[in-house]
Design a binder for this molecule. Sequence first.
Ligand SMILES: *Cc1c(COP(=O)(O)O)cnc(C)c1O
Length: 381
Amino acid sequence: MECQDYSLSRNTERDNLNLNPLQRGGVLPKEARKALYEFSDGYSVCDYCAGRLDQISKPQIHGFLDDLASFINVDHARTVHGAREGKFAVMHSLCKPGDTILIDGNAHYTTHIAAERCGLNMVEVPHTDHPEFKITPESYQEVLDNQLDRGGEISLVLLTHVDGNYGNLTDSSAVGKIIHKTGIPLLLNCAYSMGRMPIDAKALNADFVVGSGHKSMAASGPIGVLGMKDEWADLVLKKSLRHAVKEIEMLGCTSRGAPVATLMASLPYVGERVEKWDVEVQKTRDFVDKMEKIEGVKQLGVKPKEHDLVRFETPVFDRIAQDHPRRGFFLYEELKKKKIVGIKRGQTRWFKCSVYGFSEDQMNYIAESFKEIAGKYKNPS
Ligand SMILES: *Cc1c(COP(=O)(O)O)cnc(C)c1O
């Protein structure tokens, strides 16, 4: 067959500073790049499989899952294909079509889709107004009481640990405490937190946690992590009647090659980097301070920042775009000249960005670049 030219080359990360929050936590360390190469063939982790992916000992997947479980303090850990597949597996095993679940107003679209796929009704816990968009334990209490007073049953409660719109960190420990009084389990979505900051599922009062390898755990992916308390293992990790060792929700086996190999290779690195989370948060706060010195730039979400994802409202750039011959594309193009990428093309009213993993100097350079661009058009020469 004749194929088109797919142009499968990419130098974005090598040649530029990429501010896309989605990609900051998924950059591979060199150990993982090596593993990616070694395990690039299909089914490459299956050389020594005796029927259960999670029990393979060469490569040491079994030991890895134990390490992963202790890393996030859960009783059982499995890899899945992404945070979304983790949420789906929990919903699918705990709920039946027509059931109602509670979710937060900042939930990721994949929470909605997973619930839809399971035929569930979603009741939303609202966030506070602009500019904080905060999810509070009090509003969980209120919505929960409301539902239960009206005789509604709730099978599962979800909370987004750090949301992808504002980078707000929620108080899972407090929400879990409220929820547990009713006996309903809590699923904490840690796609933006697990692998960036330390996660202790038990301290966070979560029955389940999901993580995303390609988002926050320095893995090529697609791969996710599903962790749970022992009391839920029989249900969620139930085995097939026909294939006695295979777990049904995992469809027998999950990640079968490079994705899991890179996640494994990165775990020691990720284990170390979460210990330096304070440094990352401070760097983000310094970045926000510098950016807000530009007139017409304002951070949205909770202040001060508790996570590296920052959303800025940027009327200054929107005003420039109105008169610029390149319109909204000017910001992207000006940044690109400075070897900065990751802000969506054409977007000037607001944007999301992250300086996670960059050096102090790089962060300063990025903030200075935004300032220069704003200044250039204030006094056009
Ligand atoms: C990115 C993201 C996801 C999706 O993660 P996948 O691993 O790609 O499924 C889910 N939830 C949140 C909050 C996210 O930011």
